[in-house]
Design a protein around this ligand. Structure first.
Ligand SMILES: Cc1ncc(C[n+]2csc(CCOP(=O)(O)OP(=O)(O)O)c2C)c(N)n1
Length: 313
C-alpha cells in the first residue's frame, strides 16, 4: 500500500511538471487522498468487481493495475492511452479488462450507473462488489440520493466511498453539505461509517468490512473518508483565492504518506534503506513512463469519431 500511495503521488507531481512545461493541458490531482483511495481499492478483485471512480482516483486505478505509463499516455492524450485513445479528459479512467467504467464530466452521474452494475451482480447471483466514488459535493446531487435509495431498497452489493476533502472547487463544505454525510446512510437503510481518510489502515479496515458485507449479500455501505486535497482543484484553479495557506500547511502535517511511513518505520516494517530503494524505484518508473508517453504518437485526427458513433448500424 505504501508503494502504491507513493506511486500515485509521484505520478501526480510529474503531471504538474508536464503541465507547467506546457505539455499537459489539464491536471486533476489525488494529492492528499492517496490513503482513502489505496486503502479501499485493495479489496477489489481486478476484472471481477466493478469500479466507478471519480476524476481524482489515481490511487484507485493504480491499485487495480493501471500503470504509470497508462496515466502518462492519458495525460498527454496519446493514441496508445488505454483509457480512451487520448480522447477523454485526464482523470476519466476506463478499462474493460479491469472493469473500470468510464466517467462523464457531470459529477455524481456515476452513482446510479454503479448501482445498476450492483443490481446486475445480484440478479446473476454473483458475489461481485461495486465501488462507487465521489467527493463530498457529489452528495448534493439528486443522482447520489437516488442511487443511495435504490441500493438500500434492493440491498445491493455496492460500497459508496465519499472522499470528503472539504471543498467543491472554491465552495467550502459548510456551504455544500448539511449535517453528516456518513449518517445519511441510516435514512436509506444501511450502515454509514466515518473514517479518518488520511489513515490508510483505518480506511483499509472500514472498506474490508464493507466489501465483506456486500459479498455476503448483506447490502450496501457508505464510507465517508475525511481527507484534504493538498493541491488546487485542478491546474486551472488558483486555490489561494479561497483558502488560507496556513490551512493547507496544517493539513500537510497530516499528509497520509509520511504518516504511514512513520508508522511502518516505528513498527519495524520499513527502514531507511528500504524506503530509499522504493522511492528510487518509483521515481524511475514515473520518469520512464513520462519519457515513453512524451515520445508516443498522438491519435490520428481522422480517427476522431471512432468510438463515438457505432459502426455499420
Ligand atoms: C453536475 C455538475 N455540476 C458542477 C460541475 C462542476 N464541477 C466539477 S468538479 C466540482 C466540484 C466537486 O467537488 P467534490 O465532489 O467535493 O469533489 P472534489 O473535486 O472536491 O474532489 C464541480 C462543482 C460538474 N462537473 N457537474
Amino acid at each position: 500500500m505504501y508503494r502504491l500511495m507513493l506511486l500515485a503521488r509521484r505520478v501526480d507531481e510529474r503531471s504538474w511538471i508536464l503541465n507547467r512545461q506546457g505539455k499537459a493541458a489539464f491536471v486533476i490531482s489525488c494529492q492528499g487522498q492517496e490513503a482513502a483511495q489505496v486503502g479501499a481499492a485493495m479489496h477489489l478483485r481486478p476484472g471481477y468487481d466493478y469500479v466507478y471512480p471519480y476524476y481524482r482516483d489515481h490511487g484507485i486505478v493504480l491499485t487495480l493495475g493501471m500503470t504509470a505509463r497508462d496515466e502518462m499516455l492519458a495525460l498527454l492524450a496519446r493514441e496508445e492511452d488505454p483509457n480512451s485513445g487520448g480522447r477523454q479528459m485526464p482523470g476519466h479512467f476506463s478499462s474493460r479488462e479491469l472493469n473500470i467504467v468510464t466517467a462523464s464530466a457531470p459529477i455524481a452521474v456515476q452513482f446510479p450507473q454503479a448501482v445498476g452494475s450492483a443490481l446486475a451482480f445480484k440478479m446473476r447471483g454473483e458475489d461481485g462488489v461495486v465501488l462507487a466514488c465521489g467527493g463530498e459535493a457529489s452528495t448534493s446531487e439528486g443522482d447520489w440520493h437516488e442511487a443511495m435509495n435504490f441500493a438500500g431498497v434492493h440491498g445491493l452489493p455496492v460500497v459508496f466511498l465519499i472522499q470528503n476533502n472539504h471543498y467543491a472547487i472554491s465552495v467550502p463544505e459548510p456551504l455544500q453539505v448539511a449535517g453528516s454525510i456518513a449518517r445519511r446512510a441510516e435514512g436509506y437503510g444501511f450502515p454509514g461509517v466515518e473514517v479518518d481518510g488520511n489513515d490508510v489502515l483505518a480506511v483499509y479496515e472500514a472498506a474490508g468490512e464493507a466489501f465483506a458485507r456486500a459479498r455476503k449479500g448483506e447490502g450496501p455501505t457508505l464510507i465517508e473518508a475525511k481527507t484534504y486535497r493538498l493541491t488546487a482543484h485542478s491546474s486551472d484553479d488558483d486555490d489561494r483565492r479561497y483558502r488560507e495557506r496556513e490551512e493547507v500547511e496544517q493539513w500537510r502535517l497530516k499528509d497520509p504518506i509520511p504518516r504511514f511511513e512513520r508508522y511502518l518505520m516505528e513498527n519495524g516494517v520499513l527502514d531507511e534503506a528500504a524506503r530509499d530503494r522504493i522511492d528510487a524505484e518509483v521515481r524511475e518508473e514515473v520518469r520512464e513512463a513520462s519519457e515513453y508517453a512524451e515520445n508516443a504518437p498522438v491519435a490520428d485526427p481522422d480517427s476522431v469519431l471512432e468510438g463515438v458513433y457505432a459502426e455499420g448500424v
